[in-house]
Design a protein around this ligand. Structure first.
Ligand SMILES: [Zn+2]
Length: 586
């Protein structure tokens, strides 16, 4: 890995990012950056920005971004290796041979061999008994294992090394994420005592592995990003679902491996897995190649979360129509199909609600509509959502439902929803555009770190990488590994697409503050305080439910007052944040 890293960095150092991007986009100089119209979305205004100094580009309209290799990959629709090779040739460098296509074939060969060995362990070995019993217990009898390439990794630390390193070399096994190297240079098997779900590419070749433990943590473990695998550009089960997806022009999108398998076994063969709920641009693009409609079937809690909703918005902006299945509380597709059968599941899929209907419903679940503060925060959220809707009739319909939900006059509401809204705004995917950017404190801290305004040493005294939300963790880890100056562009090379976009966004955005110290202090305060408020709110919701059940009116009033106070506190924290950040802008 380190040899490859040096090569890639060399290429990036020699290549003029402005010259490369200029071949596709007309760029004009604006300060120390260049601006142009984004080639990845319909861009009326120049939202696309390139920083030669930072070696990054970012579109503030659609949110795409990254380094020069990422740009070439996206615009030419080619792989990382291919993009790096082209740029290397241009820079008069030869990209190290072990990154060439020959070695790519060998990487597939290794994964195929390892996948076969996992399968043998499942069917033949004594140790595999645990795996066999688990799968049969889940309703996957032996005659289904081959269809889904299922396997088992035996307990122990060095089976993979012993078996495969002589033939393929330790380095390749590490590169494929099969072995993990410790600080002292020794290695051990990543997958131990786990049922293995190989992740196949569209032609059915294993590119990565997912492993489920019986009782250990984490419950699911995946291969890391490798030369063959980038989670954000793949869907679990695509090779099995492809035909049926193309025929039906529709895909059922689920979260986990067992959801996909159970649906396929139930005859719902257009199911694919997003391997996590924050859907990426890459996955949306992949889906849009095969289908016109995506039916989201996450469990109920997950579907209502912001990360999922944002993913659904990304799908819509790729021109896909989105519907959401209403699963019973506590069910996922796997558990529902096993308990109630495929017919019931099919009924639910047929009855899936259009995205906007689901979204408005979900507002009710996330905000307390009985209080003013709850309505205010729902309205605030809805405004951001509304901007992403382009269709006029749909806007009308949503505004009508919202007026009803919030008990507000339609005209006033429509005005409020469109506040400060130029046409351009409607095209934004997330809330990340325009003068009302809202950054969570984690983003403020990351941005300060990426711009080199604050050192990791200072921050790490108060927070550790694990404190950050999952979507930022890969970035924080890279920052924490950097000694001295953080180099955002070189960091990007080994981040997945989503994280690279976040890095380019946080590095190239107009700074949201004028006073670095104040921004840092405020963000740290909110990083610690807001989660505390959330936790109190969560506890209170439980108590309110209890009081409702027991019919204790007086206690209930008291609790609801406390709840409203907290919601107001939360809102004022967020607003304060908004104002502060807006103040520093043009
Ligand atoms: Zn764009």
């Amino acid at each position: 890995m380190s040899a490859q890293r040096a090569d890639v960095q060399q290429i990036k150092d020699r290549i003029d990012i402005v010259a490369v991007i200029s071949r596709y986009v007309t760029l004009t100089k604006a300060g120390s950056n260049y601006k142009g119209r984004c080639p990845f979305h319909k861009d009326d205004t120049p939202s696309f920005s390139v920083s030669p100094e930072k070696g990054l580009w970012h579109c503030f309209g659609c949110g795409a971004g990254g380094d020069v290799i990422g740009f070439l990959m996206k615009i030419e629709n080619i792989s990382f290796i291919e993009a790096a090779k082209r740029l290397a040739t241009e820079a008069g460098l030869s990209f190290a041979a072990h990154n060439g296509d020959d070695s790519r074939d060998e990487l597939y060969e290794i994964n195929i061999a390892v996948s076969r060995w996992f399968a043998e362990n499942l069917t033949d070995s004594a140790a595999g008994r645990r795996g066999r019993e688990y799968l049969v217990g889940r309703g996957y009898p032996e005659n289904t294992w081959e269809r889904f390439s299922l396997g088992y990794a035996p307990p122990g630390w060095d089976h993979i090394k012993k078996r495969f390193s002589t033939k393929y070399g330790i380095k390749r096994l590490i590169d494929l994420g099969l072995l993990i190297r410790k600080d002292d240079g020794t290695t051990y098997d990543r997958f131990r005592d786990r049922v293995i779900f190989p992740i196949l590419d569209i032609s059915g070749r294993p590119i990565a592995f997912g492993g489920r433990s019986f009782d250990g943590q984490p419950k699911y473990l995946n291969s890391p990003k490798t030369a063959l695998f980038d989670k954000g550009n793949h869907l679990y089960g695509l090779s099995w679902a492809r035909e049926s997806m193309q025929k039906e022009k529709s895909a059922v999108l689920v979260e986990g491996y067992t959801d996909v398998i159970s649906l396929h076994l139930a005859g719902i063969t257009n199911a694919v897995g997003s391997m996590g709920t924050s859907l990426t641009q890459g996955q949306a693009h992949l889906l849009s190649r095969f289908v016109k409609e995506v039916v989201i079937s996450y469990d109920r809690d997950t579907a209502g979360r912001m990360a999922s909703l944002r993913g659904m918005q990304i799908l819509r902006n790729h021109g896909l129509s989105v519907r959401v299945v209403r699963l019973p509380e506590g069910d996922d597709p796997d558990s529902l199909v096993r308990r109630e059968g495929s017919e019931r599941m099919q009924q639910l899929i047929d009855a899936a609600e259009p995205f906007h209907v689901f979204y408005i419903e979900s507002l009710k679940e996330r905000h307390n509509m009985a209080s003013i503060a709850g309505k205010e925060s729902a309205l605030e959220e809805a405004r951001l959502f509304f901007r992403g809707i382009r269709s006029l009739p749909l806007r009308q319909e949503i505004a009508t439902s919202l007026a009803e939900l919030l008990d507000l006059p339609f005209d006033g509401l429509l005005q409020e929803l469109s506040r400060g809204g130029s046409k351009r705004k409607y095209e934004s995917i997330t809330e990340r555009e325009g003068e009302e950017r809202h950054w969570d404190p984690q983003q403020v801290i990351l941005s300060l770190l990426l711009r080199g305004e604050v050192s990791w040493d200072r921050v790490s005294a108060l927070i550790s990488p694990e404190d950050f939300a999952v979507q930022y963790r890969a970035i924080v880890e890279k920052i924490s590994q950097t000694r001295g100056q953080v180099d955002a562009s070189s960091m990007t090379t080994f981040l997945d697409e989503e994280s690279a976009r976040e890095v380019s966004y946080l590095t190239l955005s107009e700074p949201l503050w004028s006073d670095v110290e104040k921004a840092l202090q405020d963000a740290l305060e909110r990083f610690v305080e807001l989660p505390e408020i959330e936790k109190k709110l969560h506890d209170l919701r439980g108590k309110i439910e209890d009081a409702e059940r027991s019919g204790d009116r007086r206690h209930l009033d008291e609790l609801q007052r406390a709840y409203s106070t907290l919601v107001a506190q939360r809102l004022s924290r967020r607003r304060r944040d908004g104002k502060k950040q807006t103040a520093g802008q043009r």
